[in-house]
Design a protein. Structure first.
Length: 125
């Protein structure tokens, strides 16, 4: 059983938008009714931009080969690291380097943009 089987995560790795298409993030956030939703919006070189609409907590994990960048659009995101929690509010970002064990928590409905290499497994290695 994988982490995605055990958790109520809806993680969509398909690229929703191609180049030269308008991406209306606010409209996507407003339309989301799920508790933990993640959609790849577009590719940029060898990276992807993902939208997360989150409420609750993700499991502890790490990425052996990829860094992650989180940017909060609305709400509040907590990033737990071993021995430390980083709290992000709207218009704040944080980069987690590869190999660092972490988890994200959203105590309220939160919209986040994530930028990471396209090869990343969102549930961790």
């Amino acid at each position: 059983m994988t982490a995605m089987d055990r958790q109520p995560y809806n993680i969509n790795l398909d690229v929703k938008f191609d180049f030269l298409q308008l991406i209306d993030v606010a409209k996507l956030v407003d339309a989301c009714t799920e508790q933990w939703f993640n959609q790849t919006l577009c590719r940029v070189n060898d990276c992807v931009v993902r939208l997360g609409v989150l409420h609750g907590e993700f499991h502890w994990h790490k990425h052996d080969e990829e860094d992650e960048f989180f940017f909060v659009l609305e709400g509040r995101l907590l990033i737990d690291l071993e021995g430390q929690t980083v709290a992000l509010g709207p218009q704040q970002g944080y980069a987690v380097p590869k190999t660092v064990v972490h988890r994200t928590r959203a105590p309220e409905r939160t919209a986040v943009l994530m930028i990471e290499r396209a090869s990343v497994k969102p549930t961790g290695d």
